[in-house]
Design a protein. Structure first.
Lengths: 417, 292
């Protein structure tokens, strides 16, 4: 038989039809809960995927073994709601390509029989993966996708526990407003964003906020991700010389941006970054000395360990596996799996619809998570609006929370040095 | 748009273009010699960049000093790849073009995979070097020193290559083998030896480019991909197999890319390159300086 699109579709439809029957039959003796984890494990963002793998393994370890943390799923071994069944993760590689993501999601569901999928770093890939999940009625959690358009597509099986870029950008503008009140001059902004859904959505949110709050956008530069050179782009940024430069860039472009700025003699007055590359150790190893005082939004901070010792202990478990501290991404990935596992446990089933119902009913207080969130509770679009973002400043080789004031451990250094 | 902006763009474009040329010339050389397109060319560049990085990380060798070492290492690597892999691929009886494509393409994927396995997918970079991060400026025009030195090395390498091909015995043997491999066998020139040296030379040149780039670019297993694409366009633009074509093609690509970004939004800056490329394909399919 030749593999034509029609055959694939037919096969998909057939297995979708059989799926409810199959799961009903095995529900009685669920021995393991299989969850698909879809990340870029090779290609330009392989580093993210490989680190993510360690974060998910850490979470799986905590689920499967008995740990004395307040975190859901930590106490006891495996899923208590499913007779102690263990979680098994199946990793799939989407190489940052939405089409590969689509194919891998299909494979995870039909071949590997996963009951839920967690993903995926690139928002562009989350678009296709979550569509496939919707078709097969398998819940998908965006652990770390931040494009706001993702949860507005009317999907019933889409959930996101973490903040999205409008929430993050709002925090940035709240911060600007607060700085202005203190007498700092912030009038002009320059946007610098990559050309996939992440950069575009982020820039759209920032453009709208700037217009609403009376900031002038003096440069809005969209560039091609993984460009061999950013000279022309940086020249335009330099000509604009805004009060704040706001990049939405993955690691590679972030490194090249800062290097090129140095080469062209452009020193930004302030940088407030939309996370991504600006949360990665690799970027600070490469160019950290050139940007002391850079601010990035985030949803995690190791500062929290002082208030909540569990955060430090879980970070140690992760560090043992990866050699790195939790960052904004690995922490959200970790929580993504915990939130999903908690729902499966309450659903007492691996049936997609049952898990979806349990996710809808999720109400997890913030202090049993490792995040500075108020709680995890999804709205009718699957978005958790109680995930408060934070702003972190890179000072003296480490990140400190500087905003919002209730979570801050340090005063913002502004303008950056 | 001021005059300074335009001059800055063109100057940056020229420097980048000379590097593109240096990256592409190895590809052109190998193709010209034996009609094999090396689809692993970007991965050769990646390997060279890692070479410079590891020399720096373990022995504190500056990338500039490492350049000749990396080039020498890549020479051996290229020759070995020919002798162990490509030589056999060329013995295929049927569909020889396809066999070569799949061979070098497979080599590319293998090299990427091995690099990810052994070097990890972490983004590396050389934080401090003699050239890195330094910049000279003339009346508001900034020229980054690493790219400036890279451009000079590129010009010198092209000069040496030109001299080598035209004036030395081995260069003449290279030219002769490229024109008629059968006939040179009759006068006692070992075709395999010439091909191996050709692969070595082509790889050494991309090695030189990689070592220079290591001082200002980030390094990871997939770094070659975007440069390889530009190298293919450069070679096709300049003319397959033409060394001078690669030089001219590189400069054209660099300048066109920089000037497109002056007119169009930067995310469309490669549109200019491909527009020029299409134009050349329509008007002069063998490339500007191609002889095939």
């Amino acid at each position: 038989m030749t593999i034509s699109r029609r055959n694939v579709l037919l096969g998909g439809a057939a297995s979708a039809a059989l799926l409810p029957l199959a799961t009903t039959a095995v529900r009685a003796q669920v021995k393991e809960v299989v969850i698909g984890v879809i990340y870029p494990l090779s290609g330009a963002s392989a580093q993210i995927g490989v680190d993510a793998q360690k974060a998910f393994e850490t979470a799986a370890d905590i689920i499967n073994k008995d740990h004395d943390f307040a975190l859901p799923m930590a106490k006891g071994e495996g899923f208590s709601g499913l007779g102690g069944a263990k979680v098994r993760l199946v990793f799939a590689d989407h190489q940052a390509d939405p089409q590969k993501g689509r194919a891998e999601a299909e494979r995870l569901i039909t071949q590997e029989k996963v009951c839920a999928i967690v993903g995926s770093y690139q928002s562009s890939v989350a678009v296709t993966v979550s569509q496939i999940c919707e078709r097969y009625q398998i819940p998908y959690i965006s652990a770390d996708n931040s494009s706001p358009s993702l949860h507005r597509r009317g999907l019933k099986f889409y959930f996101r526990a973490a903040p999205h870029d409008e929430m993050f950008s709002t925090a940035m503008f709240d911060f600007f407003d607060a700085m202005k009140k203190k007498g700092q001059k912030i009038e002009t902004l320059a946007l610098f964003h990559e050309d996939t859904i992440f950069g575009t959505d982020s820039a759209n949110a920032q453009l709208k906020l700037a217009a609403d709050r009376g900031y002038k956008i003096v440069a809005d530069i969209k560039y091609r991700a993984n460009s061999p050179s950013l000279t022309a782009e940086v020249q335009q940024l330099k000509a604009a010389d805004a009060d704040v430069l706001m990049p939405s860039s993955y690691t590679t472009d972030g490194i090249l941006l800062i290097k090129t700025m140095g080469e062209l003699g452009y020193k930004a007055k302030n940088i407030v970054a939309q996370d991504a590359g600006f949360s990665e150790k690799a970027l600070y190893d490469a160019v950290g000395d050139k940007i002391p005082g850079v601010i990035s939004r985030g949803s995690f901070s190791l500062d929290l360990a002082a208030k909540r010792p569990m955060v430090g202990k879980i970070n140690d478990l992760y560090k043992e596996k990866s050699g790195k501290d939790f960052n904004d991404y690995s922490s959200r990935q970790f929580m993504g799996l915990i939130v999903m596992a908690d729902a499966i446990n309450r659903a007492k089933s691996t049936d997609g619809e049952k898990i979806r119902e349990a996710l809808v009913a999720t109400d997890m207080p913030g202090d049993v998570t490792i995040m500075p969130w108020e709680k995890v509770k999804f709205d009718d679009m699957g978005q958790n609006n109680f995930a408060n973002p934070v702003l972190l400043q890179y000072n003296g080789g480490k990140f400190e929370t500087i905003y919002p004031p209730q979570g801050a451990v340090a005063e913002a250094v502004w303008p950056m040095k | 748009m001021t005059a300074a902006t335009i001059i800055q763009s063109l100057a940056s474009g020229l420097l980048m273009g000379l590097l593109y040329g240096l990256i592409a010339v190895g590809l052109a050389l190998i193709f010209g010699l034996m009609d094999v397109t090396n689809f692993a060319h970007g991965e050769f560049l990646m390997l060279a960049m890692y070479g410079a990085f590891f020399l720096f990380a373990f022995f504190a060798v500056d990338p500039l000093l490492a350049a000749p070492l990396v080039a020498a290492g890549m020479f051996v690597f290229g020759a070995v790849i020919y002798l162990l892999i490509v030589r056999f691929a060329m013995r295929a009886k049927a569909n020889i073009g396809m066999v070569q494509i799949f061979t070098t393409f497979g080599l590319a994927i293998l090299m990427r995979g091995l690099a990810q396995f052994f070097f990890t997918p972490d983004y590396r970079s050389i934080p401090t070097s003699w050239l890195g991060g330094k910049t000279v400026s003339f009346g508001g025009i900034f020229l980054p020193v690493p790219q400036l030195v890279g451009a000079l090395i590129s010009v010198a390498a092209f000069g040496a290559l030109f001299f080598f091909i035209k004036k030395t015995d081995f260069g003449r043997a290279l030219e002769a083998t490229r024109e008629d491999a059968g006939a040179v066998a009759l006068v006692g020139i070992d075709k395999n030896k010439v091909f191996a040296l050709g692969w070595g030379l082509g790889s050494a040149l991309v090695g030189l480019a990689g070592a220079v780039m290591a001082s200002f670019f980030y390094i990871y297993p997939d770094v070659g991909a975007s440069f390889a694409l530009i190298a293919y366009v450069t070679v096709a633009l300049g003319g397959f197999g033409s060394v001078f074509g690669a030089f001219a093609g590189g400069i054209i690509v660099g300048l066109v890319e920089a000037s497109t970004a002056l007119i169009l939004p930067p995310s469309l800056k490669s549109v200019g390159i491909y527009a020029v490329y299409l134009l050349v394909v329509f008007i002069r399919p063998r490339g500007l300086f191609g002889s095939i």
